[in-house]
Ligand binder design. Structure first.
Ligand code: B1M
Length: 210
């Protein structure tokens, strides 16, 4: 029988096929999809983060871990979004310009979808211009921006500034998240909210749209 610890270790080792098999085995054994994400996949990726920081893991290995994590996520995602409910609102999500980190953003999207939001994923490395055009065209209730680099988090401000210039700032709530950003930074750039993790992004969107 697979375990959460096994999934975490397989993510750490970048074993995509093993992660897929263990994720499926855990689901077959009746484990909840959310637990598989939070107690297995995310734990593995967090360990990758620590080792990368300590220069004990390098980019090719980190990428393999990222792919293994995405493989697990792709198996549990359809189950989380399975129950169709009336939409709580539409959220446009993206990782900002210059930033290729999309695992956290994808998790936010999955959590929102599984809590009844309609999610439009604009992808990663998305410029302020593209995001503002999407707000104009798709009229989301919330725009969720993710950044993982201290350099790219500045594009969150650029995106909000462009929304203001284009007269769209009061048409959409903007929330931000990602490792280098904080509540204070959200206040500084006049975002409507910050959330430290994927689950609290759901509560934040609900509060903002209440
Ligand atoms: Co990079 N990377 N990376 N990386 N990478 C970090 C972010 C870093 C902290 C590692 C380190 O040095 N300690 C560091 C940033 C340093 C800094 O700016 N302060 C770093 C660096 C330097 C780089 C490169 C510059 C390395 C290089 O090339 N020399 C390069 C930059 C590429 C680019 O973006 N232009 C780079 C590349 C990569 C990979 C491509 C190899 C890969 C990304 C693969 C992918 O995403 N598809 C990668 C990874 C995987 C990481 C670490 C190891 C893990 C990130 C992750 O996926 N975590 C990361 C180290 C770390 O975070 N400790 C690191 C798991 C994920 C579930 O958590 O993304 O934090 P997280 O998301 C959380 C919350 O932050 C929050 O909810 C999520 C779930 O709870 N959240 C939101 C995120 N977005 C949100 C949005 C919201 C709300 C909540 O509302 C909208």
């Amino acid at each position: 029988m697979s375990t959460y610890e096994q999934i975490a270790t397989e993510v750490l080792k970048g074993k995509k096929k093993l992660v897929a098999a263990s994720t499926q085995a855990m689901l077959d054994a009746g484990e909840a999809p959310l637990d598989i994400i939070n107690k297995g996949l995310v734990v593995g990726m967090s360990r990758v983060g620590v080792l990368f920081q300590e220069n004990k893991m390098f980019i090719p290995e980190v990428l393999m871990s990222a792919k293994a994590m995405q493989e697990g996520l792709s198996i549990v995602k359809p189950l989380l979004a399975e129950e169709k409910m009336e939409s709580n609102g539409t959220v446009l999500i993206a990782t900002v310009q210059g930033d290729l980190h999309d695992i956290g953003k994808n998790l936010v999207g999955i959590m929102l979808e599984s809590n009844g939001f309609t999610v439009i994923d604009a992808g990663k490395d998305v410029s302020p211009e593209v995001l503002v055009a999407k707000v104009r065209e798709l009229k989301p209730d919330v725009m969720g921006l993710s950044a993982m680099l201290t350099t790219t988090m500045l594009h969150m401000k650029d995106t909000i500034d462009l929304l203001t210039e284009e007269g769209l700032r009061d048409k959409v709530k903007v929330i931000i998240g990602g490792a280098p950003v904080s509540y204070d930074f959200a206040t500084e750039i006049v975002a409507d909210g910050f959330s430290p993790d994927a689950l609290s992004a759901v509560g934040l969107c609900k509060r903002l749209l209440a």
